[in-house]
Design a protein around this ligand. Structure first.
Ligand code: NAD
Ligand code: TYD
Length: 377
């Protein structure tokens, strides 16, 4: 079936994996990647598919309503996968307004433009979908309640049932929103607007909330790529607080597969949580990264342990995120494909093998790629 799909934020980390998957898997779809190319957008992430006949890149700001109207009608868009966002918690603490502008007003502009265009069509909303990608951080933070203290690693892919037996709590699709950081507050707000457009106007929308992603092409301000790069260069590893916060990590390609499945098979107006039952205390995860980088670089064991540097904690640092993704598993049959050990090995290898990609980011050269390759096309 021919379709015209708009993917926003496709030059970012997760978006680039989603764009690549859709361009390669669905030659009959025309994939329009819309991205403002902020510091986090890097078109070099998509070099391998940029000349594909079913792919178009458009540089635009999702908060520009007129541009959204123009692009959606020009490309006759019938499905939207919305990933564009400001995504880094530390930046949101320093500059909350940019997060409100892009994540809230940008999502609202995109919703309104989609609604207006689909309202003009004879078939109306039939066969249309506005799929909004969100985060588990909207649910707030969970306590650490393990009665025997935190084993290392904190959990190892045990089922939600096993954890519940220990009194552990998880975020489910019905957990009340309780965001703490400006980032999660802006994402929560955007989720509410998406649902409001369904409840008020009947717009066919869908929301998923995913745990922390890791894998290739992540901007090196986030924990895993930052630390891999710092270890490689013998630079300090700034661990916030005591390193005891817990995150639930999912390999990015598994998230992209889930997005593909939900886009095609998910129930309109529904919500799905996406996560891997793979929680790690930060410090344990950091030790795994150090061991893996040292081994792959041929360094003796323990070589980089001394780089760990405890620093002042992040303001309002959420203690624990943990997703219960059993609904997605039961209803649509999705499961993570990779064990964490495999995923982290693949990830570390990828960053070590793509030093040039990393160097072009740290030097700022990646920001010139659009002008060199796209301007005047
Ligand atoms: P990212 O920061 O790597 O990429 C964001 C992309 O959005 C960039 O390409 C950037 O240029 C673009 N963008 C930013 N502002 C824009 C604007 N005003 N107009 C158009 N484009 C704009 O983010 P990511 O980690 O790939 O996250 C993608 C989405 O997934 C976000 O909505 C995020 O909230 C969500 N999410 C991320 C994670 C994670 O662990 N990274 C987990 C769950 C959900
Ligand atoms: P991050 O990758 O920023 O994701 P998020 O805040 O969305 O979970 O951080 C993951 C965890 O690692 C989080 O608990 C904060 C911590 N962290 C550090 O300890 N040091 C760092 O330099 C960074 C970037 C994060």
């Amino acid at each position: 079936m021919k379709r015209n799909i708009l993917i926003t934020g496709g030059a970012g980390f997760i978006g680039s994996h989603v764009v690549r998957l859709f361009v390669n898997k669905y030659p009959d779809y025309h994939i329009v990647n819309l991205d403002k190319l902020t510091y986090a957008g890097n078109l070099e992430n998509l070099k391998d598919i940029e000349t594909a006949p079913n792919y178009t890149f458009v540089r635009a700001d999702i908060a520009d309503l007129d541009e959204m109207r123009r692009i959606i009608s020009e490309h006759k868009i019938d499905g939207i996968i919305h990933l564009a966002a400001e995504s880094h918690v530390d930046r949101s603490i320093k500059d909350p307004f940019t997060f409100a502008r892009t994540n809230v007003m940008g999502t609202l502009a995109l919703l309104q433009a989609a609604k207006e265009y689909w309202d003009t069509l004879p078939e109306g909303y039939e066969g249309k979908l506005f799929y909004h990608i969100s985060t588990d951080e909207v649910y707030g933070a969970l306590e650490l309640t393990h009665p025997e203290g935190i084993p290392a690693p904190f959990t190892t892919r045990a089922s939600a049932g096993e954890h519940e037996a220990y009194g552990e709590k998880f975020f489910t699709e019905t957990t009340k929103y309780n965001p703490h950081s400006p980032y999660s507050a802006s994402k929560a707000s955007s989720d509410h607007f998406v649902r409001a457009y369904h409840d008020t106007y009947g717009l066919p929308t869908l929301v998923t909330n995913c745990s922390n992603n890791y894998g290739p092409y992540q901007f090196p301000e986030k924990l895993i790529p930052l630390f891999i790069n710092n270890i490689r260069h013998g630079k300090p590893l700034p661990v916030y607080g005591k390193g005891e916060n817990v995150r639930d990590w999912l390999f990015v390609e598994d998230h992209a597969r889930a997005i593909d499945l939900i886009f095609h098979k998910g129930k309109v107006a529904d919500t799905y949580n996406i996560g891997g039952f793979n929680e790690w205390k930060n410090i344990d995860l950091i030790r795994v990264i150090i061991r893996t980088v040292d081994r792959l670089l041929g360094n003796p064991e323990g070589h980089s342990d001394g780089l760990i540097t405890y620093v002042t904690d992040r303001l309002g640092h959420d203690m624990r995120y943990a997703i219960d993704s059993r609904k997605l598993q039961a209803e649509l049959g999705w499961e993570p494909s990779l064990q964490f050990e495999e995923g982290i090995e693949k990830t570390v290898r990828w960053y070590l093998d793509h030093q040039e990609w990393m160097d072009r980011i740290t030097s700022g050269d990646y920001e010139r790629y659009y002008d060199e390759m796209y301007k005047g096309r």
